[in-house]
Ligand binder design. Structure first.
Ligand SMILES: Cc1cc2nc3c(=O)[nH]c(=O)nc-3n(C[C@H](O)[C@H](O)[C@H](O)COP(=O)(O)O)c2cc1C
Length: 324
């Protein structure tokens, strides 16, 4: 009998996992934006991330004037840094400047005096980025928003957005169940279907979970039902499948978003990319099986008669696709 056959299977997998996870760790450490925004792509991502915070603020059910002051300073500084290093050509940087101008316009229009230092920063950005037209966030009626829920896929897909405003009307659980039934059409690796859905209906519980989630300021309190999407790791066998839970779960989440839209439910998908500490905290307030991981949450509710939606400007097609 050779030595290899004496090693228990669990130890074999453990020993195999170490170099594979180390490889992933190394790649993430080296290539992600973790350490700095020196890379152009990381700086652009930071700019998008920060202007998205501002456009979300501009579309909140009740916009708090003067909101996001600290974020505006950082955003303006990042835009200036980008322009100095790479010029003023990137579509996302141009869009960031438009969002900054929209922020200024809104405050001017409503007679809210912005911080003097912020106005100076804004002016100095305007001097180097000769952008004049502000962005305009979307304002839409309920009937217009849902006018394509049974149209061609082209119109249907173009009409779905993350909406962060819900009416007080009770959202029927049956509609959510219908959406989950439809989302089961999602493909999964070897049809193992790891996705699981937990629906929370109690306002206090929803608040408790959303407080831990943390990315729902200004609209989380309006959530009528909270959908938690998890996926089960126990259906995957090899080290090669270590991220399959997230791939399959992510695909399911997207299908569920479409299915909710089809059911005329407003929703906003919420981040569950946690550190170990936050994951443990979340498992306390929002229990899922031990073998399951969080994929995302979806805050949802019935639509008010009129609401605003963040633009979330998309990159041009050339940035998405290369044909060889
Ligand atoms: C995985 C994931 C996590 C997200 N987390 C949040 C979040 O925590 N809070 C939030 O307001 N929006 C969140 N969003 C929504 C994005 O901001 C939104 O999808 C993006 O801006 C594109 O806009 P659209 O959904 O309207 O097309 C998340 C989206 C995804 C895909």
């Amino acid at each position: 009998m050779n030595l290899k056959s004496k090693i228990p299977v669990s130890l074999k997998y453990f020993l195999k996992a170490i170099p594979t996870f180390s490889y992933d760790f190394y790649r993430f450490y080296k290539y992600s934006g973790l350490n700095s925004t020196k890379k152009e792509s990381s700086l652009v991502a930071l700019i998008i991330h920060d202007y998205h915070v501002i456009e979300k603020g501009l579309t909140m059910p009740e916009t708090q004037l003067g909101f996001g002051k600290a974020k505006m300073f950082i955003l303006i500084s990042s835009c200036k840094d980008y322009i100095k290093r790479f010029g003023y050509n990137h579509e996302q940087v141009k869009h960031a400047v438009k969002v900054i101008l929209e922020y200024k316009n809104l405050h001017d229009k409503l007679g809210f005096k912005l911080d003097e230092e912020l106005i100076n920063e804004l002016q100095s950005l305007k001097n180097i980025a000769n952008e004049t037209s502000p962005s305009v966030q979307i304002s839409i009626t309920k009937s217009d928003y849902f006018s394509h829920t049974s149209s061609s896929f082209l119109e249907f897909s173009n009409s779905r957005k993350s909406v962060r405003n819900y009416s007080e009307k009770n959202l029927s659980i049956d509609k959510i169940i219908n959406a989950v039934a439809l989302a089961r059409n999602t493909p999964s690796a070897c049809n193992r279907q790891p996705s699981k859905v937990y629906v929370y209906t109690n306002k206090d519980k929803i608040k408790e979970i959303l407080d831990v989630q943390g990315g729902n300021r200004g609209f989380g309190h309006l959530t009528n039902k909270l959908i938690v999407i998890a996926a089960d790791q126990s259906v995957f066998f090899g080290i090669n499948e270590r991220y399959q839970t997230y791939v399959d779960g992510g695909m399911f989440a997207m299908n569920l978003l479409y299915a909710l839209h089809h059911e005329k439910i407003l929703g906003c998908i919420l981040n569950c990319s946690h550190t170990d500490k936050k994951d443990k905290q979340m498992r306390e307030v929002c229990p899922i099986n031990k073998s399951e991981v969080y994929i995302a949450m979806i805050a949802c509710g019935e639509a008010p008669e009129q609401f605003k939606i963040a633009q979330s400007y998309r990159n041009s097609l050339e940035k998405y696709v290369k044909v060889f």
